[in-house]
Write a protein that binds this ligand. Structure first.
Ligand SMILES: Nc1ncnc2c1ncn2[C@@H]1O[C@H](COP(=O)(O)OP(=O)(O)OP(=O)(O)O)[C@@H](O)[C@H]1O
Ligand SMILES: [Mg+2]
Length: 243
């Protein structure tokens, strides 16, 4: 479904991604792990079209989207729930959800999907006409994902969705990711919560300083001493794996 090949992205003269390969098959959850500054967010932003590719290519459903503007990629079914959620706190909960559906004309189906989100998250239903700023961090994350779903994506990219959430919301979040995936959604998940991400993913890739240093079966990666040392340990700074 998604084929990233030899992707290079620069910020000025500094390379943030140098030759990254990544494949996502239809219906898969793929997780991308890596220390701070590894290039995870840059990769998601480049797939969305928010950062230009300096070299390499990105194909979606066999179509080369490398030079396609972000709105055209979104129309093809790619969405990004960015780090920090970026919901509009000066709009109501419902207005935020409607924003996710702004490209759709099937208003009746949109209404039904919004009602389904309210059914699932009663906290959002109760606050539907309140400003989104009233929501807790966990509720804001659910709103951000609900809004992204209303764009009817086929690939959802999530950038550190569990960041700052309470343990209750972290498990709700991972349940939701699993459920959306069972419904056919492909997921590209960037997470600090390495253990949970490897548990939910079908495949995993580890980035370091803009390069892929490990990739494969999440169970094998979870058992790999190098990864354990780097990300599953006591939270000590990650050593350089490729050195
Ligand atoms: N807008 C920018 N301008 C210049 N350099 C940037 C910019 N955004 C990111 N970088 C640099 O690019 C590299 C990759 O950053 P990126 O945000 O993709 O990493 P990350 O893996 O998402 O890190 P984190 O875990 O902290 O979110 C880092 O060295 C970062 O400092
Ligand atoms: Mg990041």
């Amino acid at each position: 479904m998604l084929e990233v090949s030899a992707l290079q992205v620069n910020y000025g003269r500094v390379a943030a991604l140098s030759g990254v390969d990544l494949t996502i098959n239809d219906g898969e959850i793929v997780t991308v792990l890596g220390a701070n500054g590894a290039g995870k967010s840059t990769l998601l932003r480049a797939i969305l079209g928010a950062e230009p590719a300096r070299a390499g290519g990105i194909a979606f459903d066999g179509v080369d989207i490398t030079r396609m503007p972000a709105h055209a990629r979104i129309a093809r079914g790619i969405v990004l729930v960015p780090e920090g959620r970026r919901i509009l706190i000066s709009l109501s909960v419902e207005e935020n959800l409607l924003l996710g559906a702004h490209m759709r004309t099937d208003t009746r189906a949109v209404r039904a999907e919004i009602d389904a989100i309210y059914q699932r998250f009663s906290n959002l239903a109760e606050r539907r006409h309140m400003l989104a700023s009233c929501l807790s961090g966990g509720e804001q994350q659910m709103l951000a994902i609900g809004r992204a779903m209303l764009a009817k994506p086929r690939l959802m990219m999530l950038d550190e969705p569990s960041l700052g959430l309470s343990p209750l919301f972290v498990s709700k979040l991972f349940d939701l990711i699993r459920e959306l995936n069972r419904g056919g959604l492909s997921v590209l998940l960037v997470e600090q919560n390495t253990g949970k991400a490897l548990a939910v993913a079908h495949r995993a890739t580890v980035l370091e300083l803009g390069k892929v240093v490990m990739a494969g079966d999440p169970k094998a990666l979870a058992a790999d001493p190098r990864l354990q040392q780097a990300y599953l340990g006591d939270g000590a700074p990650a050593p350089v794996l490729s050195a």
